[in-house]
Ligand binder design. Structure first.
Ligand SMILES: Cc1cc2nc3c(=O)[nH]c(=O)nc-3n(C[C@H](O)[C@H](O)[C@H](O)COP(=O)(O)O)c2cc1C
Length: 304
């Protein structure tokens, strides 16, 4: 029996819900020689800022049990390169949902980048990252206060006429539902959650932090139950669609995220361990659906 894997995000049809998460799949182009990008429902591109950034000093990755710590610090070529070079090149080889991931250090920077992404024909959705734990003076600072999250949301909605806006939430908060509701009330079309958890490791021989940045964002399999809980809480509290993210490594995790309320599911750190994990999940889904008597993935969204 042919299974229906397709989902719809704010009127945009994805052939399946599997989306590599921002920062773990470059601009898609880097992997196009090794795998068929067109099996992916969507691709969330590397977080982009107004100016090009080299990111944080190294070491900026640390291995952890059941995941990794990263403090890449938004290394990217800048918004002009994204809209003029990366997206047009990706569009030539990819027909799925292209998601621009935008970061900023000020409201003005978020506005500037989103306005450019909004008029870029190859971009389908804009994901606004208010949750990067690895940069100072921006990123997560906007995502840990309901008022600031609402302010960013309203600011980018004001300049975007064409594209839907997903706000990407930080898990480093006491009450993620409060922040999610503030974004929804300020006009967000959808929410992505979660970004990484602020963490740290120490090199005991050197008696110093492993990361040059001292702290970084923890993600990977170890965060799955916490991310799932947050997706469940937010999806049940808000009316706008949710893209679930955090610790997803297999088809079973995708089904769990969708039962918790996610319409699409992003896969992050696992791409760095196994660059083929997303196509593998897409391939695994129909047989798992068969076992669970699921005909269409849309039928299971938020059923728990
Ligand atoms: C190396 C690395 C770089 C990341 N860069 C970004 C980024 O640029 N923008 C963003 O919104 N999230 C970024 N993230 C967060 C992921 O998109 C994702 O939200 C998070 O890692 C949780 O998912 P996971 O547990 O599957 O990794 C990055 C994560 C990693 C591991």
């Amino acid at each position: 029996m042919v299974k229906d894997l397709s989902v719809e995000l704010c009127g945009i049809r994805l052939k399946n819900p599997v989306v590599p998460a921002s920062g773990t799949f470059g601009f898609g182009l880097e992997l196009s020689d090794s795998l068929d990008l067109n099996v992916l429902g969507g691709i969330s591109l590397k977080g982009t800022t107004r100016e090009a950034r080299y990111g944080n000093p190294t070491p900026r990755i640390a291995d952890c049990p059941a995941g990794m710590l990263n403090a890449v610090g938004l290394q990217n070529p800048g918004i002009d390169v994204l809209v003029q070079e990366k997206v047009p090149a990706l569009r030539k080889i990819y027909d799925g949902c292209v998601i621009a991931n935008i970061s900023g250090f000020s409201l003005d920077e978020y506005r500037h980048c989103c306005a450019l992404a909004d008029t870029c024909p190859g971009i389908d959705l804009i994901e606004v990252n208010i949750s990067c734990p690895n940069v100072h003076g921006g990123g997560m600072a906007f995502g840990t206060s309901a008022a600031a999250a609402a302010e960013v949301t309203a600011a980018v909605k004001e300049v975007c006429r064409n594209k839907r806006i997903f706000i990407k939430l930080s898990p480093n908060v006491t009450d993620i539902v409060e922040i999610a509701r503030a974004c929804e009330d300020a006009g967000a079309d959808g929410l992505t959650l979660v970004n990484t958890f602020l963490g740290m490791r120490i090199d005991i021989a050197r008696r110093s932090p492993v990361l040059a940045n001292k702290m970084g964002g923890y993600s990977g399999a170890g965060i799955f139950p916490i991310a799932l809980r947050m997706v469940y809480q937010v999806a049940h509290a808000c009316r706008i669609p949710v893209m679930g993210c955090g610790g997803v490594t297999c088809a079973r995790d995708v089904i769990e995220m969708m039962m918790a309320g996610a319409t699409a599911v992003q896969v992050g750190a696992e791409n760095l361990r196994n660059p083929f994990v997303c196509p593998e999940i897409v391939e695994e889904l129909p047989s798992l659906m068969e076992q669970l008597h699921i005909e269409s993935l849309r039928d299971i969204i938020g059923t728990v």
